[in-house]
Write a protein of this length. Sequence first.
Length: 265
Amino acid sequence: MKEKLFVVKIGGALIDDEVLLKEFLTQFSQIKEKKILVHGGGKLATTLANQLGIEQQMVDGRRITDKATLDIVTMVYAGGINKNIVAKLQSVDCNAIGISGADANVIQAKKRNHPQIDFGFVGDITVESINRTLISNVLKLNLVPVFSAITHDKMGNLFNTNADTIASVIAQSLSDDFDVELLYCFDKEGVLADVNNSSSVIKKVSSEDFLALKEAGKLHKGILPKLENALAAAKNNVKKVYLIKETQLQKHTENNHAGTEICLS
C-alpha cells in the first residue's frame, strides 16, 4: 500500500492576507501525512510592477513575462513570498524548505512556443520535467517542500510557470510512488454553478461537465487554469483531486470532504 501524500496549491487572495495565510498554514502544518505546498504570487508582483512603471499584460489569466517582469516575479515568488511562507511554517513546527525549479534541477521547463502569442519568459512543463527522485528523497527527510512558480531550462534561463500547472504535474509525477491527493485551495467554496451564489457548489465535475460549463460561459478566467490542470491530474493517476475553500483545509483532510471533486466521469 502506497504512503499518502497531499499536494496543496494556494495563491491569490490567501497570499495577500497575512491573517488568513497564517491560519491556513497552521491547518496545513497539522496534516499528519507527507505534504507538499505550491504557491502562486497573489497581487504583490503586479503591485510592484505598477510601482516601477512596468506594464503588465495577461492573456486568459496567464501573465506575459518580459525580462523586467521576470526579474520582479523571481524576487517576489521565489524570494519574498516563498521565504515568508517557509518562516511561518517553521513558527508552527513544520520543517519546510523553499524550492524553485532551478534548485537541484528539480523542475526543468521549456520556453512556451505559442503560434500567435509570445509569452516571453514563460516555461511549460510535463511530467518528465519533474525530478521525482529528488522530491521523494526530500520527503523521506521529513521536510516539507514549498514550491514557488519559478522554473528553469538548464541553460541559464529562469521562467515564470503557472503554479496550478506545477501542482498538477508534481502530483502526476509522484503518483507512482505515493497515494496522491491534489488540493487546489482558493477563495470559493468550490466550483460554483452561479459565481454570485456561494451555496451553488457543484459537488463533482467531470471532463464533460467542464466542457458544458465552459461553453455556457459559467467559468471565470481565474478558475479555468485550475480546472484544466485538475482534470489533467485526474486523467493521469492522481487518486483524488479537489477544489476547496482555503478555510476548509483541516475539515477536508480529516476525511470530511469539502468543495468540488474532479473526476473522470
